[in-house]
Write a protein that binds this ligand. Sequence first.
Ligand code: S3P
Length: 442
Amino acid sequence: MNLLVKPSAPLRGTLILPGDKSISHRAVIFGCMAHGVTTIENLLEAEDVLRTVKIFKQLGVDIKRVKTKRRVVWKIKGKGLAGFKAPRGVLYCGNSGTTMRLMMGLLSGLPFKSRLTGDDSLNRRPMDRVVRPLMQMGADIRSIRKNRERIIMINGKSLHGMRYRSPVASAQVKSALLLAGLTHQEKISVQEPVLSRDHTERMLAGFGVDVARRGLRVDLGKQRKLRGQRVIVPGDPSSAAFFVVGALINPHATTQLKLRRVGLNPTRIGFLTILEKMGGTIKVQKRRLICGEPVGDLVVKPCRLHPVSVQGKIIPSLIDEIPILTVAMSQAAGTSSFQGVGELRVKETDRIETLQANLPRYGIDMASRQNSFWIKPRQLRGNIGKSFGDHRIAMSLAILGTVAPGSSWVMQTECIKTSFPQFFACLQSIGVKFKLFKRKTL
Ligand code: S3P
């Protein structure tokens, strides 16, 4: 599907965003590992999370989607780790790095064999970062390649303890190791160079696990048995970011968007800090805690934005929002930059490359060197952009199209359903003018 989008009238309205992707994966995983019933409200029903759900069904867990008049609830009847059975076929993770890496951790410590694979993009992404430490814990993991397909073969067995200092700030690495640690009783501690998103630690505590964070280190204590819980998933701040930027850069003074019940975990909202540094004013209302996660409502109006340079410790807290932040930077008078963002090279696409293949076409200069890049707006104009199968690139280009003079196309938008199937419905409800075509029609 290809998107044709034009500069819009004022953007106005209230959005309730779908559930956070990272938290949704964890709610399903922990619910399946727990003893007793777990219910999940506002679970993100996007392709990536549904891959995780399907894998646990293959492992024999009873998971049901229950629709009542008022809401949808996912109900999991957890039987603990002993309730899992050996899966028959290969476990397919699609485009979802979180599914693959977290499952590798858990499956390594369960007493059966399993195989994991993904789509072409996922099969190219680095898994060494989890395989190496898991092998240090005694895991038996091999990766084999058949043409473009990669299959991760896991011969599950009992693992031993480890103190691990991760060279990357990655919540997927940290979580994979903690999941492996939950399958045994030995000492487990994981330290990262900069704090990555901490949903795993927060939610494990909610499920009754003894987990302690000391600075950049997380330790598992003796109590590692999970008890079923009621989980309410906050709105995804990474999805909110597209609309926050869309409203900030909209040229109409009457634009105003309200985004309700957005997750505001400090390890996720670096993008708000950067947008504020650029001169954006984003009001936060009704701050509260839901299931151990901070949430609030965001109110956004257009603002004049200034260039900014982004580097250092803040990077992990905005890593998924870099594509949409470049769209904000394209509206600032001057050169903005990102430094030390090498992790972008191993996301769903090499995002430095896919941004570079798109932004100059819209009259935005971009230069890159190794793990840094610079953005300088020249003369913004609509053009044809391509997602390269990367959901966050597709949505960022769609937002760019709401301000780029003329018409803009975004080719290959199907990938958006991996994280945000309601994206187009949200765009429509706030007044963005667009059409979707099965094939490109210029
Ligand atoms: C995620 C962690 C991040 C993030 C990804 C989701 C998670 O990846 O980019 O979209 O749910 O743990 P890394 O762990 O590779 O940084």
